[in-house]
Design a binder for this molecule. Structure first.
Ligand SMILES: C[S@@+](CC[C@H](N)C(=O)[O-])C[C@H]1O[C@@H](n2cnc3c(N)ncnc32)[C@H](O)[C@@H]1O
Length: 213
């Protein structure tokens, strides 16, 4: 890794360290409102294989989605850059009684440390757009999947100008996730139930499945 990459990761880590304590206050971050929580469960559940599946959550933050999926019986491995996020995710899994199904490590989602072919599902919400090389990250994430595995990306193109629109993410997945075929996109901008209120961005779930062996 070059020192420029090290510097970029260090500044991202510092930024997210500072965000960790207040992160769950946003309804879609903490999933503390039972209706918002139920909406995310209902969004993701139809795509997931029967439990227990091996799920990797990259840039897992405070672990809200990791715990949600562990509560449904899945085995979840999360990675996050910021130690305070990792600590929050571990604490959340502990207090939800699913610590035996949630393992969270500190690391770079762009270079996940997991064994290739060890996951049934790779999940990433609101992280891909901020990585320096989304194409290389997606290629690495695709390699984590077993045959028939599922890539689930929740992304958006923010009103601030940041983010990735659905067409760009679709093209990135087609070009860089070997065997992903044609991803499907579900647009979520009008789903106030997921966000806890109206949003002014493009937001979507992209799912792509590798062929069975
Ligand atoms: C917008 S938050 C999303 C958190 C979580 N995915 C969620 O949806 O609740 C972005 C998260 O990505 C993490 N992150 C940013 N860059 C990262 C990287 N290169 N590797 C791993 N995590 C990263 C941050 O620490 C933060 O927890």
């Amino acid at each position: 890794m070059t020192s420029a990459e090290d510097d970029r990761l260090a500044s991202q880590r510092a930024l997210w360290q500072a965000e960790a304590a207040g992160f769950d206050a946003e309804p879609d971050h903490g999933l503390l409102d039972p209706d918002v929580r139920a909406a995310w469960r209902a969004l993701l559940e139809p795509h997931l294989p029967p439990a227990p599946a091996d799920v990797v959550d990259l840039g897992c933050g405070t672990g809200s989605l990791a715990v949600l999926l562990a509560e449904q019986g899945h085995r979840v491995r999360g990675t996050d850059l910021a130690p305070a996020m990792v600590a929050a995710a571990r604490a959340k899994a502990e207090s939800a009684g699913v610590a035996d199904r949630v393992t969270v490590v500190e690391g770079d989602a762009g270079h996940p440390s997991y064994e290739p072919g060890s996951a049934d599902v790779v999940l990433c919400r609101h992280v891909l757009w901020a990585l320096p090389d989304p194409a290389a990250a997606l290629a690495a994430w695709g390699r984590l999947l077993r045959p028939g595995g599922l890539l689930l990306l929740v992304e958006g193109r923010w009103h601030t100008g940041g983010g990735l629109d659905a067409a760009t993410t679709t093209r990135l997945v087609v070009d860089h996730v070997t065997g992903a075929g044609t991803p499907q996109v579900e647009h979520l901008a009008d789903r106030d139930d997921l966000w806890g209120g109206p949003v002014a961005d493009e937001r979507y779930l992209l799912h792509a499945r590798l062929p069975p062996r």
